[in-house]
Design a protein around this ligand. Structure first.
Ligand code: PAF
Length: 286
């Protein structure tokens, strides 16, 4: 496995892969890899001739400086894990290699068709501009046939589908296929996340309450006369009753439009919860 730091070197390797008609799989990540990422990479290795993984903590998608500074970084450990599961190339550029000073100020603009106006988009202004900025650049550089993303960041996944399939950028990406990969959970139910590294053992036990309540809510939704509004409120109340957890939002929305819905059909519940200072997200499909 080779680690690449420079865009030019990456472009040369990609060009050689294209010339040899190799199918390219890409897994974009911000490092601090865990079993969730590993499942994406295993799939990319299986389904393509060559697998690229990017490891880049993208500064333009953080609207909170402290969150960016505290984001866990450990390239050596990530590289060992990736080599063990058969990735071919790791692209790990510096922010200066990725962006000009102007681009670093997140001047990128994109039409999200409203998908960024709710949930994470509402809470983290500019976040999805940064995500689309970096993901579109990675697609441009690596020219993958397939790119793999986890469903834990469900809104991000919807926005990337929109970018590739419906936005004004869509012709740029040719036949690129976005592959949705299911959430990977610990045995306890806790969704795997790089941010879990910042939780103490005790906080981890507490955070298990998030997925427990989400799974319970699948049963609440089946009760006669259950309404979306009631279930939404019950989830918020049940999580907030757990000492150490505080819900930022829980929204049950339509999986395609991300708009409020009053039916459980094609619905997904997306939650953001503070466990101490650590902001965790999770979701459940009804
Ligand atoms: O999901 C992530 O880790 C990031 O948002 C992504 C897609 C790698 C872009 O920086």
């Amino acid at each position: 496995m080779q680690i690449i730091e420079k865009k030019q070197e990456l472009l040369t390797i990609v060009e050689a892969c294209k010339k040899a008609s190799k199918r390219i799989g890409l897994v974009p990540t911000m490092g601090a890899l865990h079993e969730g990422h590993a499942s994406l990479v295993r799939r990319a290795v299986q389904e393509n001739d060559v697998c690229f993984v990017s490891v880049f903590v993208n500064p333009t998608q953080f609207n909170n400086k402290e969150d960016l500074e505290k984001y866990p970084r450990n390239l050596q450990r990530d590289a060992e894990l990736l080599a063990g599961i058969g990735a071919d190339y790791v692209f790990a550029p510096t922010p200066e290699e990725m962006y000009t000073a102007e681009e670093m100020n997140n001047t990128f603009r994109f039409d999200f068709a409203g998908l960024d106006e709710v949930m994470e988009g509402k809470m983290r202004p500019g976040h999805f501009n940064g995500v689309v900025q970096v993901v579109s650049r990675l697609f441009y550089l690596v020219q993958p046939d397939k790119a793999y993303f986890g469903e834990k960041d469900f809104q991000q996944l919807c926005i990337i589908h929109h970018m590739v399939e419906r936005s004004s950028l869509k012709d740029t990406f040719g036949k690129l296929e976005i592959v949705d990969c299911p959430i990977v959970r610990e045995e306890s139910g806790l969704a795997r996340s790089s941010r879990n590294e910042r939780l103490s053992e005790e906080e981890k036990q507490t955070a298990v309450g998030i997925s427990r309540v989400l799974f319970e809510s699948l049963e609440w939704a089946k009760e006669p006369d259950a309404t979306v509004k009631d279930v939404q409120q019950r989830v918020v109340d049940a999580i907030n009753r757990i000492d150490g957890l505080e819900v930022e939002y829980y929204e049950i929305v339509d999986r395609t439009t991300l708009r409020e819905t009053d039916t459980f059909e094609n619905a997904i519940g997306c939650v953001t919860v503070y466990c101490g200072p650590v902001r965790l997200i999770d979701n459940i499909k009804y």
